[in-house]
Design a binder for this molecule. Structure first.
Ligand code: PRP
Length: 197
């Protein structure tokens, strides 16, 4: 079975459910691995075209964006620097509180660098707003954001997103790095889940 096998039903995960996973919560596949791969290629082509000879620093936001960042870096196929930040927000499994904690900051300065922030999802926008402000304060040459999934219905603050993969409705999504209560990050596709009551 390959990573791009789209025929598999979500109730039949590639390696079986991890201990504690409740596969019955997965309702339907929203984007298959193939659809995601095509979108990543499309985004990479746009980004390559926009930056041309300007060297990029990609800043992946852990944990959710780890898969997207890895795929985007390879799809871009140009020399660039990669850094990561890890942030968490106080709140429940499905609701951002807006109070962001930096668990890991950048390893190297970004002053005068062209920075592209990589996020898996923008929901209320509070995390991205905080991160943009945090990075902008370090005087990069430019700062843009690339987000795989955008949930505009949930937005609480205005925040620019220069590159959007898919616009999605207000549903809980998992897979391709995105979790629900730390489960489901391993899924190669993106699916909707029924949250715990
Ligand atoms: C998710 C996602 C974004 C944030 C978006 O992270 O990766 O960082 O929520 O939500 P917002 O627009 O409402 O702020 P999460 O807090 O689930 O942590 P994780 O990336 O480690 O899974």
């Amino acid at each position: 079975m390959t990573l791009y096998d789209d025929t598999r039903h979500p109730s039949q995960p590639a390696q079986g459910p991890a201990p504690g996973d409740s596969e019955t919560r997965i309702e339907r596949v929203l984007f298959t691995a193939r659809e995601i791969a095509d979108k990543v290629e499309e985004l990479a082509a746009r980004i390559r075209d926009d930056y041309r000879d300007r060297p990029l620093v990609l800043v992946g936001i852990l944990k959710g964006a780890f898969v997207f960042t890895a795929d985007l870096v390879r799809a871009l196929g140009v020399p660039l620097r990669v850094d990561f930040m890890a942030v968490s927000s106080y709140g429940s499994a499905t609701q951002t509180s807006g109070i962001i904690r930096i668990l890991k900051d950048l390893d190297r300065p970004i002053r005068d660098q062209h920075v592209l922030l990589i996020e898996d999802i923008v929901d209320t926008g509070l995390t991205l707003r905080y991160l943009r402000d945090h990075l902008q304060a370090q005087a990069p040459a430019s700062l843009r954001a690339c987000v795989l999934l955008d949930k505009p219905e949930r937005r609480q603050v205005d925040v620019p997103v220069e590159y959007v993969g898919f616009t999605i409705p207000d549903e809980f999504v998992v897979g391709y790095g995105i979790d629900y209560a730390e489960q489901f990050r391993y899924l190669p596709y993106i699916a909707c889940v029924r949250p715990d009551r």
